[in-house]
Design a binder for this molecule. Structure first.
Ligand code: SF4
Ligand code: SF4
Length: 401
């Protein structure tokens, strides 16, 4: 698809990148078949091919409208379309570009601005988020049923021994996961300990920047990234083999630090180093001898593989392999490639569509009536738990016994 850049974009490197991405699209429409919003809404503009056309229009005319923004807002950035696309169209990068331009040029309603601002001011800050969660947990018994599900129960935490193994990795605590599901990384640290690896927690590291980045506050996201890079580098210099993320939503962004910061004269090289050293927990464990973790007779569980792990990192099969090698059996599920509707802040900002996707996902995950659902990202875990009738846990917790 040939695209002539509008004069105001001709000297913008990100616009040239976007034009090149658009240029790869051959309009075949295969991607629509795996796009959750297209399947749900049936509107071409709510599918990847239509959104690509809308961004192309923006690049050619320089005009940005609220209609275009509405269709991009409805996109989950799940990247199922990238997995399906035979031409290698990097839709996620294109959507990031389009959203950032539209955010600067179109006005949002006051309620919308408030919600987006509140999310940016709360979720990335562990203490603030924790405070809100505690309030929700205390008020839980008197909350209406619809809100009760949104306040996750407080997790029981078991002690983690201080590791002394010579092999060390940094285990990222992040923001939302540390506040809402701290049992995940506690379990990860104990399991890694059984594999002879010490998990180091770096106090100064926090939000990876994903919340801000996906709300098109790119400058703010870069500040989070710089803060993380500064906090992580000393532990890397000290001999940590990898930076391990047990939340695939964070891992996928950390692996992009190098690309996002490539024009930053001071941080480009360290950011690339962080990206190169980042691995998902299942990726690290896949390369280890898992025999010490193997158990027989575990009841089968349903696996929800987050979009960030499937489409973003391409690690779905590695996770399945790790679980199988540890003796876990999976129940039958369908539509594994479709998003659960969590998608970062999507479940708050696009609540109705998100709820429809959640309902579909839970039906697909419970075909075989599992006793438990496991997943690999805190956002999906919390979102699924709002309506699931069985416990929803991070998969690593099942290996921590
Ligand atoms: S990222 Fe997901 S929701 Fe967005 S266009 Fe692609 S498949 Fe559809
Ligand atoms: S599958 Fe790829 S090439 Fe085909 S319409 Fe979608 S983005 Fe374009």
């Amino acid at each position: 698809m040939k695209t002539e850049l509008h004069p105001e974009f001709t000297s913008v490197p990100a616009a040239a990148d976007a034009r090149d991405i658009v240029g790869k699209c051959v309009h075949c429409g295969f991607c629509n078949a795996t796009c959750p919003t297209y399947l749900e809404l049936g509107d071409e503009r709510d599918g990847p091919r239509g959104r690509i056309y809308l961004i192309r229009q923006l690049l050619e005319t320089g005009q940005a409208g609220v209609n275009t923004r509405r269709h991009l807002d409805r996109c989950l950035t799940c990247r199922a379309c990238e997995t399906t696309c035979p031409s290698g169209v990097e839709y996620g990068r294109l959507a990031d570009f389009g959203r950032e331009v539209l955010e600067r040029r179109t006005a949002r309603s006051m309620a919308d601005r408030f919600a987006r601002r509140a999310l940016r001011l709360i979720v990335p800050y562990r203490r603030r988020f924790e405070f809100l969660l505690r309030m929700g947990q205390v008020l839980r018994p008197i909350l209406p049923r619809t809100l009760r599900g949104k306040a996750p129960a407080r997790q029981q935490r078991l002690p983690v021994e201080r590791g002394t193994h010579p092999r060390r990795v940094i285990l990222l605590d992040g923001c939302a996961q540390a506040a809402a599901t701290p049992a995940t990384n506690d379990a990860a640290a104990r399991v890694l300990g059984r594999l002879g690896i010490t998990a180091v927690r770096v106090a100064g590291a926090g939000c990876c920047g994903a919340v801000s980045y996906h709300l098109s506050a790119h400058r703010e996201a870069r500040d989070f990234m710089r803060r993380n890079i500064d906090a992580l580098l000393p532990a890397i210099e000290d001999g940590a083999e990898h930076i391990v993320s047990s939340a695939s939503g964070c891992g996928v962004l950390l692996k992009d630090y190098g690309d996002i910061m490539r024009d930053d004269p001071e941080y480009a090289a360290p950011a690339a180093r962080i990206s190169a050293l980042t691995v998902d927990l299942c990726e690290l464990m896949h390369g280890e001898d898992l025999e010490p973790l193997r158990r027989e007779g575990l009841p089968p569980v349903a696996l929800h593989v987050p979009c960030t792990l499937t489409h973003g990192l391409g690690l779905s099969n590695r996770l399945r392999d790790v679980l199988a090698r540890c003796g876990l059996q999976l129940t039958e599920t369908r539509d594994d490639h479709l998003c659960c509707g969590s998608a970062g802040t999507y479940s708050v900002l696009q609540a109705e569509l998100s709820a429809r996707l959640l309902e579909n996902k839970l039906a697909a995950l419970t075909l075989d009536q599992p006793g438990c659902i496991v997943t690999a990202n805190v956002g999906c875990q919390l979102h699924l738990a709002t309506r699931a009738e069985v416990p929803v846990r991070h998969w690593i917790e099942l290996l921590d016994t």
